[in-house]
Design a binder for this molecule. Structure first.
Ligand code: GRF
Length: 187
């Protein structure tokens, strides 16, 4: 099986990045992580790129310059899939159009509910009984593209944002790898 080359965009701790890299060590996993791009110098996740000897770029620039360099790198390295994993910037329409159908994202809620930030606090505030995470294709609107996979997490009586976040993140790690496998089965 010829694996596709993927790039992971991060801004933070990179635990989803770590999980995708681990899955990609499997012979049958459809992608190899060939590049990590962070838009933050301080992103903890850069350590996973180093640990697993994956090339990485820190593009600590405003959106326009960030995207200009990123597009050049993605094209020259023949990247076929971009995975947003805790990437805290909204990609421009131009960027999304350039990689139509090739950018996916993970969001910590059951979309279309709770788009945007602070999902755990909002879910608890609304006394929801269930939440989860969604892996979806990225389109030009925030947290909006076609769903690939959703995973549900039951909310317990004593949950606070940290406890709930931990449980949802455990599901995220499974969901992201399942979603990557799924898109290559469909296509
Ligand atoms: C994840 O919870 C993801 O749902 C959200 O940002 C968080 C990133 O965590 N988009 P990490 O950087 O992968 O640890």
């Amino acid at each position: 099986m010829v694996k596709k080359s993927a790039c992971i965009f991060i801004s933070g701790s990179g635990t989803n990045l770590r999980s995708i890299i681990k899955s990609s060590r499997d012979y049958n996993f459809p992608i190899n992580v060939r590049l990590v791009i962070s838009n933050k110098k301080s992103a903890g996740g850069i350590c996973f790129a180093k640990k697993f000897s994956i090339p990485y770029l820190v593009l600590n620039f405003k959106k326009q310059k960030f995207e200009k360099i990123a597009i050049k790198e993605l094209i020259s390295r023949k990247i076929k899939l971009v995975c947003l994993a805790g990437f805290m910037s909204i990609l421009s329409k131009n960027f999304v159009r350039n990689f139509k159908g090739k950018i996916i994202n993970i969001h910590p809620s059951l979309l279309p509910k709770y788009k945007g930030l602070n999902t755990f606090a909002r879910v608890l505030n609304d006394k929801e009984k269930i939440t989860g995470c969604t892996v979806h294709f990225v389109d030009e609107k925030l947290d909006n593209g076609r769903t690939i996979i959703k995973k549900r997490v039951l909310i317990k009586k004593n949950d606070n944002t940290q406890i709930l976040k931990k449980r949802v993140q455990l599901e995220e790690y499974k969901a992201y790898s399942m979603a990557i496998r799924k898109i290559y089965i469909i296509n």
